[in-house]
Design a protein around this ligand. Sequence first.
Ligand code: ACO
Length: 382
Amino acid sequence: MSSAKRGQSPGRGLEGVVALESAISAIDGTAGELLYAGYDIRDLARECSFEEVAFLLWHNRLPGPAELDDLRRQLQKDRMLPPEVMDFLLDLDPGANAMAALRTAVSLLGVCDEEGETMSREANLSKAIRLTARMPTVIAAFDRIRRGKKAVAPLDSGSLAGNFLYMLNNRPPSAVAERTFDACLTLHAEHGLNASTFTARVIAATLSDIYSAISGAIGALKGPLHGGANMEVMRTLLEVDSGDVDPAKFVREKLARRERVMGFGHRVYRTLDPRAAILREMSDGLSAEGDSRKWFDISLVMMETMEREKGLYPNVDFFSASVYHTLGIAMDLYTPIFAMSRVTGWTAHVLEQWADNRLIRPRAAYSGPRRRRVPPIRTRRS
Ligand code: ACO
């Protein structure tokens, strides 16, 4: 019998607790394996486009050619933002937090969606597609407007990855950049019952709407212990580089101060996160193409030191930092980019939750005092 069943408190942070059944992805933390609906993440990143992966997550099977064309067309058609959302982005303070801006824009997208409160599976799948199509436009417009530039209207053709890089820079990306970024989106799309996905399912289980679930998930992803770590990794790489510090010494000193080194460790993986292994190859490949290998080289020394000193391996956030930096993307967009990919996994989980819904409502083991008498206000100390 589990400790939870005996009415005792489970492990802190719900570690090891199986909260529900899901057919969307499987993680083997010991073997370092991640499957989306039975397909190895390494095969998907190599063989499939992000659009195929999105279909896989929503339908639990890979699309046929006509189905893929159809999804691509829908994702292209839905890229434009409602004027209310554009106005919100135009009115924002240029120093606004990128994840806070995305969270609010997504909530506003819900207000502007005529189908926002329609709860059929068909309507909710259409909303999942609209969210996936529009989040890249929000992020690119946010970034350009704060840089004093005009937002670039989305293309009505091409891949989601290519269109995002085009909107960000107002020029088409190279084929290598587009393919690399597309694979990054695949690698970030889904990861079981992580903190943000659990948040989305808890909200969905109350039968609230999909936009509420995704706004909440974005809030959870924002934290530096979750998706926010990729930005912190880049901050660390810049700190090491600008201070001309030996990366190994930097890591050792941080550990000696009992500080966390961002981008390392994972609740589930006890070995190398398979996504980190692919991102490491990408970071290596991109650095070979570009004018600087230093970010990859610093990362490598940090990785070796963390493994030697602490037995900890990089997670998905670690090498994404050097990949995105080499692609010329601003540091604080890394977590929003994570969200614009993970929205496919989040919405897949929301749809799965609704297919067999029950309110998610655990209990807390009460640890406070019992049976206290209420003293009169005049006798209480402030
Ligand atoms: N740097 C240094 N020490 C670490 C790190 C780290 N990145 N991660 C874990 N540890 C240490 C802890 O200090 C602790 O050591 P101790 O037993 O000597 O006190 C031990 O490893 C266990 O750590 P916990 O926090 O209990 O492990 P948990 O499973 O709760 O943590 C987490 C997982 C939050 C990801 C953690 O590894 C961490 O903080 N990593 C850095 C942040 C990060 O990269 N987050 C992204 C995760 S991936 C994602 O969400 C997309």
